[in-house]
Design a protein around this ligand. Structure first.
Ligand SMILES: Nc1ncnc2c1ncn2[C@@H]1O[C@H](COP(=O)(O)OP(=O)(O)OP(=O)(O)O)[C@@H](O)[C@H]1O
Ligand SMILES: [Mg+2]
Length: 356
């Protein structure tokens, strides 16, 4: 119950954002993670998602907002967009009454959907704000990270969504739209959020650098952009870590690479050479060392992928390796043993290389 109510306040954020805070030995006021400090305050601040913002603004103006479904990769502005939009719609006073924000850290089983969401949805509301401005005569329930809701809980939402449509709009947010049941997706207008373009990310990062008075090299910013792969949250978090690590010095691409846990390219090259020409014993040792040194298997996988693409081996072999990479990626996501997975991938590379 407590967790549920907490969801309705403005300060509640998805858990993963909080984890970006890192150690906060500094003064309290300074301890805000930059991803929160530089979260877009209004819809117009949201970068790069022009189509989404344009359609959303039209819907907001017309007071005939449909149920919404935002989906797309992490750190592309989904949560920020809906928070900014609802804040603009209702103003600070009404926000608490009108907006219910629930994310994966809140209890969202079938029971909660049945009772709490229903209770919140049922109360009718008027069409004016305390400051006299008009506002839409409905409430908004934000179900962030909806892809982590169980199928029965999603199913329970179907009927609620229809029944309460007079007073309530839903905004579902997720990374994987395939994990949302069909009857729910068909009840919503879908908005896809794209990974942010390099140029846009760079602008944002430079803005933050200027505001935080950071010293940085040009390469460090392009490395950040390159490593974050369209995820602005990741880029900003790395930047803040880098700034912490070298408070008075210049931020260099070396610092960024270290923070991001990138495997040195020498290491990847030598692993690949062993796959192409070495023995299985050597391979075991090399993979073991890499995992022992603490490099994440997913990171090794990504870098091996890039390296393999550049290798001079046959297309058939490359495609067989790519297929194995997809399987390994899935196994790693499911929590399989890192050492065994990378070893099995390297074995396949070895086999394929011997055939080309
Ligand atoms: N389009 C954007 N415009 C401006 N800032 C952005 C944008 N996308 C991400 N950010 C920055 O990244 C942070 C995280 O964004 P947000 O929480 O909206 O991502 P999300 O799409 O909800 O990700 P997730 O799927 O992981 O929940 C924001 O606080 C903001 O600083
Ligand atoms: Mg989010």
């Amino acid at each position: 119950m407590q967790a549920f109510l907490k969801g309705a306040t403005q300060t509640s954020r998805p858990q993963k954002d909080k984890s970006a805070a890192g150690p906060s030995s500094e003064k309290r006021a300074k301890a805000v993670p930059w991803v929160e400090k530089y979260r877009p305050k209004c819809v117009d601040d949201v970068a790069f998602q022009e189509e989404v913002v344009a359609v959303l603004k039209k819907s907001l103006e017309g007071a005939d907002l449909p149920n919404l479904l935002f989906y797309g990769p992490p750190g592309t502005g989904k949560t920020s967009t809906i928070l900014a939009a609802t804040r603009e719609l209702y103003g600070p006073e009404l926000y608490r009454q009108r907006v219910l924000e629930l994310n994966a850290s809140d209890e969202r089983g079938i029971q909660v959907i049945r009772e709490k969401v229903k209770n919140f949805a049922q109360l009718t509301v008027s069409g004016t704000r305390p400051d006299g401005k008009p506002c839409p005569p409905f409430k908004i329930i934000i179900l962030d990270e909806a892809d982590s809701m169980t199928a029965p809980a999603q199913a329970a939402l179907r009927r609620t969504m229809e029944k309460e449509s007079r007073t309530t709009r839903f905004c579902l947010i997720c990374n994987y739209i395939s994990r949302i049941i069909e009857p729910l997706t068909s009840r919503c207008s879908k908005f896809r959020f794209k990974p942010l373009a390099d140029q846009i990310q760079e602008e944002r990062l430079l803005e933050i650098c200027a505001k935080e008075n950071l010293k940085y090299t040009k390469e460090s910013i392009s490395t950040l952009v390159q490593l974050s792969e369209g995820d602005l949250r990741k880029a900003i978090t790395f930047l803040q870590s880098a700034a912490r690590l070298s408070p008075d010095k210049e931020i260099t691409d070396q610092v960024i690479i270290e923070i991001a846990g990138v495997v040195p390219s020498k290491m990847i090259d030598s692993l690949l050479q062993i796959c192409l020409k070495g023995t299985f014993e050597k391979l075991e040792v090399a993979v073991g060392n890499m995992v022992d040194e603490g490099y994440a298997a997913t990171q090794i996988l990504t870098q091996l992928h890039d390296a393999i693409l550049k290798q001079d081996i046959g297309d058939k072999q490359k495609s067989a390796i790519a297929e194995k990479m997809a399987v390994v990626g899935k196994c790693l996501a499911d929590g399989a043993d890192e050492y065994l997975q990378i070893l099995s991938l390297c074995s396949v590379i070895m086999q394929q290389a011997s055939q080309s």
